[in-house]
Ligand binder design. Structure first.
Ligand code: KG4
Ligand code: ZN
Length: 342
């Protein structure tokens, strides 16, 4: 089964065609990150304007690569589209395009939750041995969301916890701005941290900042206090190396994510831990979580997406739609900016 996925929830305009939820036929992403780097963050109106310009060329390129006739849509079985959460102007570009295509080609629409879709990056282009097993714990860490879920099966997802304030990616972005490291903040902080990490001989050098909610019984995260701690620290020690501060910021965020994820995996006796979202690109997070899984003698296997599928793309939308098929008449699909992961 071939699904055409469309993703426009934030600043990317993306279209992909995926076979049986796992094999990518074509995958095109137009990013407006350079536009947002100029303003130090995303201005919703700018994002949506760019998406209205990019949508048709991106769609045409995806169809061309997959040799699909744009007039008939032959070879496509369904259209999947992100209907939330996200920026309303951005979501509408994708949702209305999907509806038009569905009516033109007479195909069903499968509306997709963007947050859940991030986890389906773990099903893309993986070998059978590397396919996640259920039950699984899923950690979605993106620019706008941080959620921990228990997945008993496709379509059987329970929310365990999430951030009480800033999302993990948002914390990276805000702290990078505070440290003058640029946008997007996650990769900028990771790069700066890499300058320091080889010199950090012992982890005690990486605990300058608190791990909020550590030991708390919930599966929640909190990152807003980190901003205040880092601001105070940089005011008190203005000559401190920005690389050392960045390494400590990264460690505080990564440790908070790992603590709750591991506890959820242990308590629910899961077979897999799956990561998704832009922050799951973070190498320190991947390495430390892998290390902790071994140290804690967990039977759960850690699954991380290939780097190119961590950030926003439409292949994950098509994959999620394949495993969670809820065909909906085109005119009943509408954007929901506030949609929660479950
Ligand atoms: O999932 P995503 O592409 O977009 C949203 O749905 O929000 O995530 C973007 C977020 C940004 O906050 C960015 O700073 C963060 O992912 N990010 C990273 C890394 N690469 C991207 N955070 C930490 N380390 C990275 N290497
Ligand atoms: Zn995303």
């Amino acid at each position: 089964m071939r699904i055409l996925g469309i993703e426009t929830s934030c600043d990317e305009t993306a279209v992909a065609i995926v076979s049986n939820g796992t094999k990518i036929i074509s995958n095109v992403v137009a990013s407006s990150v350079e536009l947002h780097a100029k303003t130090g963050g995303i201005i919703p109106e700018n994002a949506a304007r760019q998406q209205t310009i990019s949508m048709i060329p991106v769609l045409e390129e995806t169809l061309k690569q997959a040799k699909v006739d744009p007039r008939s849509g032959d070879g496509i079985d369904a259209i999947a589209v992100t209907y939330g959460p996200g920026l309303i102007g951005s979501l509408l570009v994708g949702v209305e395009t999907a509806k038009t295509l569905a009516l033109l080609w007479n195909k069903p629409i499968i509306p997709v939750n963007h947050l859940l879709a991030h986890l389906y990056a773990n099903w893309l282009e993986k070998s059978t041995e590397d396919t996640p097993q259920f039950p699984a714990v899923g950690l979605v860490v993106s620019g706008g969301h941080s959620d921990l879920v228990l997945i008993k099966d496709h379509g059987d997802v329970t929310w365990l916890g999430g951030t009480r304030d800033d999302a993990a990616g948002e914390a990276f972005d805000k702290l990078a701005r505070l440290l003058g490291l640029g946008y997007p903040g996650g990769p900028a902080i990771a790069r700066a941290a890499d300058q320091y990490l080889p010199n950090a001989t012992h982890t005690k050098h990486l605990d300058l900042f608190p791990r909020p909610l550590k030991g708390d019984r919930s599966y929640d995260f909190s990152f807003s206090g980190l901003k205040t701690a880092v601001l105070r620290y940089t005011q008190e020690f203005p000559n401190k190396s920005v690389y050392e501060v960045a390494a400590n910021v990264q460690e505080a965020i990564v440790d908070s994510l790992i603590e709750k994820t591991l506890r959820a995996a242990i308590n629910h006796k899961v077979k897999s831990i799956v990561l998704g979202g832009g922050v799951s690109c973070n190498i320190r997070l991947r390495m430390k979580l892998q290390g902790e899984t071994f140290t804690n003698d967990l039977e759960a296997h850690l699954h991380v997406p290939k780097l190119e599928y961590c950030t926003d793309n439409a292949a994950v939308i098509a994959a999620c739609a394949y495993f969670n098929q809820k065909p909906t008449p085109p005119l009943e699909v509408s954007a929901d900016p506030e949609l929660a992961i479950v």
